[in-house]
Design a binder for this molecule. Structure first.
Ligand SMILES: [Zn+2]
Length: 174
């Protein structure tokens, strides 16, 4: 998985670009939140700097995952089309300084490194894009589904934690 590790500051300074695609099946945390491991994500990462000269990465994630509808308990394809700006900090202290300086909740400040794992970043982005309580816009008629299948699905849904609770635990960030 070497292709997913970058030197974050060099990547930004040289304004590098990288893109690729990942299977949901390759992302264990996303798989755990999904109804099954079908689906794939296209991603792109662009290095640069913000108006104040901070090193930044722009990440886009575009694709679809199978989520369990919390109303009718059948899986459906949820489209992810997400872009975020990440400002790179040297360490936690520097991250706090930049956050205070930017004073903008929509911009994430992350601690960069020479061995920055962008696969984690892509997975985080996808997890944050997933609704906490996914539902069909309009549920299909499920009266034909067998009662056994519905019961089995219900047990699985009951065990699941919200993606936000899981992310908090893993990242320790707000
Ligand atoms: Zn539904």
């Amino acid at each position: 998985m070497q292709a997913f590790v970058i030197d974050a500051f060099t990547f930004s300074r040289l304004e590098e670009q990288r893109s690729g695609s990942l299977l949901v099946a390759d992302l264990p945390r996303l798989s755990a939140e999904s109804a099954n491991t079908d689906g794939a994500l296209d991603w792109s990462l662009t290095g640069g700097k913000d108006a104040s000269g901070h090193a930044q990465l722009v990440l886009t994630v575009d694709g679809s995952v199978q989520l369990m509808c919390q109303r009718c308990l059948t899986p459906f394809a949820f489209d992810i089309d997400s872009e975020s700006v990440l400002i790179l900090a040297k360490d936690e202290e520097n991250a706090d300084e930049i956050e205070a300086f930017l004073d903008n909740d929509e911009i994430d400040v992350v601690v960069g490194s020479k061995t920055f794992n962008i696969m984690d970043l892509i997975e985080d982005e996808a997890l944050l894009a997933i609704p906490q309580s996914p539902k069909h816009a309009v549920c299909p008629d499920v009266s034909l589904a067998s009662a056994d299948t519905t019961a089995a699905i219900e047990v699985e849904v009951g065990k699941k934690e919200s993606p936000f609770a899981v992310l908090k635990k893993i990242n320790g960030r707000t």
